[in-house]
Design a protein around this ligand. Structure first.
Ligand code: HSE
Length: 439
């Protein structure tokens, strides 16, 4: 039986998952690949740290060159995360002619262009299924299953932490901070959880989904990103009363042949919307393509074993490529590495969009304040569909919840800015968009 040797960079949660799958499913893998996949070295920061998995003597090393320069190692699996050391190591691996598998969405979203180009130059694969929606094989579905179709729109829940937090707040009435702590304790959050709740992690994943769906690179700063930090349990409770749930969605759409629109922000979904049923840290990606119509990919978007499966399946793909090359077959390079130029993205991602909105204004409980808010909305052409008012227990201020009719982004933003300029406004206004009607 032939053997393909791999080197793993990082032995955290996902690294331990990969090693476990390689060990526990070894026979299945051998049958499917017709080769043994052998972990030769694993790079760790500290040899004495406690780990999720036991490793044989001599496997671990703190010397990166012992992994990256080992001529026997054909595949490097990058699982250290971050964008600095990871980038250097992936570049070194490619320069040494090694194929790379990574689950590092930040690395590819920020430096994908040069890394894919380098991979193409040296004729190596750079695979990244684990970077988007953890264990859900959504990139494979788009790349292979939908290869003959034209994707028009992607709409997904791709950050498990944000979904877990919103879901806990909605279903268990937890406060925001308590729900975030629980997500961290459950191991879903990034090392810096602000990447999760701030929407940046989802933007990284959306850029990668767009790359494979539309064949276009997207600059991260052309994605509109709004996190869930300002959403309160009160807003979720009101939304529930109205028949809606709030989810943080990552949405990419083809606006014209060559123009894309990408955004990440919380959205109010009708209770019976297919994405409203995605609970906890689960992820789901709803794809709309010309011929197939809607298809949805659902499952665990984070964690040791789910992401471990995605990474290990990529390793198997690379192993098959290596064996086919040895057998003299020609393999078409991975399509991600043949990526076309930067997409033209619509002017500002929110330009020309129209939504109905949930707006919660926190104002002093004094006479005339409701009139002032309503006058400002009217002056900006924002029509009120529903309104309610209440007072937090023991507080001297009032909460005005306003549901607007469909209005332009510009009108809504201008109205909120003017409302917030008033001295009677005591806390930041919460504004959440309703899903557009065609969805
Ligand atoms: N922090 C990420 C999430 C983990 O919460 O979805 C997987 O990328």
């Amino acid at each position: 039986m032939r053997s393909i040797k791999i080197g793993v960079l990082g032995l955290g949660n996902v690294g331990a998952g990969v090693l476990r799958i390689l060990r526990e499913h070894a026979q299945t893998l051998e049958q499917r690949v017709s080769a043994r996949i052998e972990v030769k070295r694993v790079l760790v920061r500290d040899l004495s740290s406690r780990r999720e998995i036991e490793t044989p003597e001599g496997l671990l090393t703190t010397d990166a060159s012992a992994v990256l320069q080992d001529p026997e190692i054909a595949v490097i699996v990058e699982l250290i995360g971050g964008t600095t050391a990871a980038k250097e190591m992936v570049e070194q691996a490619l320069s040494a002619g090694k194929h790379v598998v990574t689950a590092n969405k930040a690395l590819l979203a920020e430096h994908g262009e040069e890394l894919f180009q380098r991979a193409q130059e040296v004729g190596c694969e750079l695979l990244f299924e684990g970077a988007v929606a953890g264990g859900i094989p959504v990139l494979r579905a788009i790349r292979h299953g939908l290869a003959s179709d034209r994707v028009q729109r992607i709409c997904g829940i791709v950050n498990g932490t944000s979904n877990y937090v919103l879901d806990k707040m909605t279903r268990e009435g937890l406060g925001y901070a308590e729900a975030v702590s629980k997500a961290q304790a459950a191991g879903y959050a990034e090392a810096d959880p602000s990447l999760d709740v701030g929407g940046v992690d989802a933007a990284h994943k959306l850029a990668l989904l767009a790359l494979l769906s539309f064949g276009k690179r997207v600059a991260l700063d052309s994605i509109f990103v709004e996190g869930i930090e300002s959403v309160r349990d009160y807003d979720l409770a009101v939304a529930k009363d109205l028949g809606y749930v709030v989810r943080s969605l990552a949405i990419a759409s083809r606006e014209a042949e060559d123009a894309l629109r990408l955004r990440v922000h919380p959205v109010l979904l009708p209770r019976d919307h297919v994405l409203a049923g995605v609970h906890g840290a689960y992820n789901a990606v709803l794809v709309e393509s010309e011929a197939l119509g809607r298809s949805m990919y659902y499952g665990q978007g984070a964690g040791m074993m789910p992401t471990g499966v995605a990474v290990t399946s990529d390793i198997m793909d690379v192993a098959r490529t290596i064996l086919a090359h040895r057998a003299g077959e020609t393999i078409k390079e991975d399509d991600a590495s043949q990526v076309s130029p930067l997409a033209s993205v619509v002017g500002s991602p929110m330009d020309s969009l129209e939504h109905a909105n949930y707006v919660c204004v926190h104002v002093a409980h004094v006479s005339g304040v409701l009139g002032r808010v309503a006058t400002i909305l009217g002056a900006h052409g924002v029509s009120i569909a529903k309104m309610r008012q209440d007072h937090p227990e023991g507080a001297s201020h009032a909460r005005l919840v306003i549901v607007t009719e469909v209005v332009s982004e510009a009108a809504m933003a201008a109205a909120i800015a003017e409302i917030e300029r008033g001295d009677d406004c005591v806390e930041p206004t919460v504004r959440i968009r309703f899903m557009e009607s065609e969805d």
